[in-house]
Write a new protein. Sequence first.
Length: 415
Amino acid sequence: MAATPAPPAAPPKPTWDPRKVEPPFPWLRPTIRIRLTLLYGGMFLIAGILLLSIIYLLAAQALNTGNEPLFKIVGGREIKVTSDNCPQAASGNLTLSEFNSAISACTDHQRQVALDNLLSRSLLALLGLAVIAFAFGYAMAGRVLSPLGRITRTARRVAGTDLTRRIELDGPDDELKELSDTFDEMLDRLERAFTAQQRFVANASHELRTPLAINRTLLEVQLSDPHAPPELQQLGKTLLATNERSEQLVEGLLLLARSDNQIVERKPVDLAEVANRAVDQARAEAEEKGVEIRGERGLAVVQGNGVLLERIALNLVQNAVRYNVKEQGWVEVTTESQHGQAVLVVTNTGPVVPAYEIDNLFEPFRRLRTERTGSDKGVGLGLSIARSVARAHGGRIIAEPREGGGLVMRVTLPI
């Protein structure tokens, strides 16, 4: 009888702990709370010592002023009593009660003068210490909070899709250092995720376009055969139209995926030129449907990607032409610069659009009162792509129902 094989040995246990090692004395960690406590406590102690010292010196000076003798005895053949602080008591024509009253009044006056001097000088000293304390506190607070400014600047650069930036904060192991390290780890994960997304889009672009291109070539070769029966010719045309629709859908999805990110490489682009090219491309379809394209297009230069911006204008103009009235329809395309922004406006006649349906128009594969495909006017991604491209350029697109039917599409981009 064969021996039963021994079960596989268990994998060895790791010799290291993946969890973060805690310091032996966590309460000795130089956290911001402890540093700020020591800083402002020390500042308060120093300010108190200085204030007490100044008040002590001023009080000593006030006591010296208050203890000056009221009378002086002048020697000579005759002894005379004089007083600079209380001349009314030094006159010799006073009764005893009047003399005592004069001395009391002079003493009170001299004490009040000393107290007034002490108060005024103390207030000046307090004001000076307050100015010094505020200036020193402002400088120290800026020094303590400077890592936050560095984190903010890095986050602002990352907002422009510069995911290669890192904070790499040096200094004590406090809360800001921990926040900086966590932020750097998050940026690493985001960079890997965006890189994987870009790689997936590139691979999907190749894998999806190739079979569609092969299908189109085979269908075109079959349709070029003059001996093919009419039924096969009709079937080939139908399949070719379906294949073309699939290509448009794939192109739209890939463009939508790419345009969801911020535009890194930007160049000056004139919206008027972009709109003119879009109008030229849609003019043949507009003439076929009897739609007039008009409007004045002024200079409006933005920083962005010309191909993507042209896609915005082309999608809006094509939608305005396709979803229009059958007779006497028109499309107005205008561009201008106003209030530091470049504005592209596409207005068209057409069916009445309820206000509550506006948001649905920007959803992928959504149309007015319909969902998914089911129309020969497009694949349902035009406005979704336009909104994504506008957001990638830091702008926005707004749709408003036009009085009498149709829409007013307004695209605003920062100059």
